[in-house]
Design a protein around this ligand. Structure first.
Ligand code: PBG
Length: 339
């Protein structure tokens, strides 16, 4: 063909800017790398059950509901790999669930007992607990339900009692994931008035009504019995609303704020990072985990590379803290790669 092509030899084609020079070798790529993952930024979510031993979670291959002994082993293992925080989610048996989530106030319940075991055996491990009614509620909602409506102000005392039980049991940080209005201020006040001033609040400030929580709800048997969570969790289409939520929560006393899920909301993470001075967490949720696991099992994705890429992206977007079910694997891979 007689096309006219530009000359590309360096003598006559003066290309002074060659970004590829900074990618020439692994060591140079290491020098110019802008984002590095560290196990110290990971939080490992753990599901806990009454019975000893462990029960596999089918929709989350590699994750288990852990009995007290198995949990302690898992947490110690994570700690040895450099992970310094866990988030606990209790599986409550159906016969203990009621519309008021009464079991959440039981100081001898599964969660407070587990917190005690962890703090006794691994005092340097930070224990984060979820504050929301859903695992304890026979309605499967995060707040009180009346004629199909989720009540806001009436839910706050329930959340506060639950949070106080968790904090008294030794939780270092409570993490309200319920999305009721005003709960951060209410919980901060409740903690302060009960001499629990040092207990931090990580607010699930920007929590979307997401399809990606499906496997988690299987893990806890906590799916709503009727309706959905759209009157309290956020519309995935919105980002200005995220600004409003984080600003309110920081004003009300949140020590850290979260965006959840993570990968489909990187723009939101970046926006929130630029708006508030407090640390930003992101939660790589159960559905994000399940997607990678399922594709890897088929041989369609290389699990390690895909996981580290997603975690790096979440951190690059602006997350200081990453909740991830891959925390233990990722920590081990990072040590080996010395990246
Ligand atoms: C409970 C809660 C949920 C998750 C964390 N806390 C589920 C929900 O809101 O329905 C989801 C975590 C995950 O999917 O990994 N309020």
């Amino acid at each position: 063909m007689n096309f006219k092509l530009p000359v590309s030899s360096t003598e006559s084609f003066d290309l002074t800017q060659r970004p590829r020079r900074n990618r020439i070798s692994e060591s140079i790529r290491g020098l110019v790398r802008e984002t590095r993952l560290h196990p110290g930024n990971f939080v490992l979510p753990l599901f806990i059950q009454e019975n000893s031993g462990s029960t596999p979670i089918h929709s989350m291959p590699g994750q288990f509901r852990l009995g007290p002994d198995a949990l302690l082993k898992e947490a110690a293992d994570a700690f040895a790999r450099g992970i310094r925080a866990v988030a606990l989610f209790p599986v409550i048996s159906e016969n203990l669930k009621d519309p008021k989530a009464s079991e959440s106030k039981n100081p001898k319940g599964l969660l407070p007992r587990t917190i005690g075991i962890l703090k006794e055996n691994l005092p340097a491990l930070t224990v984060i607990t979820d504050v929301a009614m859903d695992p304890y509620s026979s309605d499967g909602h995060d707040g009180l339900v009346e004629q199909g409506k989720i009540l806001n102000d009436e839910t706050l005392p329930v959340l506060a009692e639950m949070a106080l039980v968790q904090a008294r049991a030794g939780a270092d940080i409570i993490a309200p994931s319920d999305m009721m209005d005003g709960r951060i201020g209410y919980l901060r006040k409740a903690l302060d008035e009960n001499d629990l001033r040092d207990v931090g609040i990580l607010s699930y400030a920007v929590k979307y009504a997401s399809a990606f929580y499906g496997p988690f709800r299987d893990a806890l048997d906590s799916a709503p019995k009727s309706g959905d969570k759209k009157t309290y969790q956020m519309d995935p289409a919105n980002v200005r609303e995220a600004a409003r939520e984080v600003e309110l929560d920081v004003r009300e006393g949140a020590d850290m704020v979260m965006v959840k899920p993570a990968l489909p909301y990187l723009d939101v993470i970046a926006h929130v990072r630029s708006l508030v001075p407090v640390p930003v967490a992101a939660y790589q949720v159960s559905g994000e985990y399940a997607m990678i696991k399922a594709a890897a099992k088929q041989g369609w994705l290389e699990e390690k590379k895909a996981v580290l890429e997603t975690l790096t992206s979440i951190k690059r977007a602006g997350a200081d803290i990453i909740f991830t079910y891959f925390a233990k694997d990722a920590a081990a891979w990072l040590v080996r790669s010395q990246d």
